[in-house]
Design a binder for this molecule. Structure first.
Ligand SMILES: [Zn+2]
Length: 141
């Protein structure tokens, strides 16, 4: 049961692509090499994602550093409405709390939807889109 738009499915790698900008380009470049990075403040060592300045001390000196790629499901939403033909419904969107602290929204893969639980360990898997941009998916650890 669930509401579905009448759409013709297309390949999963044809889903909407982020457009890396001057802040996020290092993040996406690293994903292309299979590495998930986070931003670390050179002054206070706070770790975050996708910011221009440190959200703890407001320093402007942020470095992209490799993260473990490991985390746990912080929350999960099961989407039943086909907003885009590349997303076969139902599918899961998870908020993953990375081992380093920041949370990241991503799709979950290789897991039955009913098996996704808050707190379950997950690991990042890079996923290359048709545009050439690589984005993170998460799979059970
Ligand atoms: Zn800082």
């Amino acid at each position: 049961m669930g509401y579905r738009l009448m759409t013709t499915p297309i390949a999963f790698d044809s889903r909407p692509s982020p457009e890396p900008d001057f802040i996020s380009k290092p993040f996406f470049d690293s994903l292309e090499q299979g590495v998930l990075c986070v931003q670390k403040c050179s002054r206070c060592e706070a770790v975050q994602l996708g910011e221009l300045i440190c959200n703890q001390c407001f320093a402007q000196d942020l470095q992209w550093v490799p993260a473990s790629g490991q985390g746990k499901v912080h929350s999960c939403a099961i989407v039943h409405l086909a907003y885009h033909p590349a997303f076969a419904v139902p599918y899961a969107v998870v908020s993953v709390e990375l081992a380093e602290g920041p949370r990241l929204l991503a799709n979950m893969a290789d897991c039955d939807l009913q098996d996704i639980q808050v707190g379950m360990p997950v690991v990042m898997r890079p996923s290359k889109l048709a545009t050439g941009v690589t984005v993170p998916l998460f799979v059970p650890a």
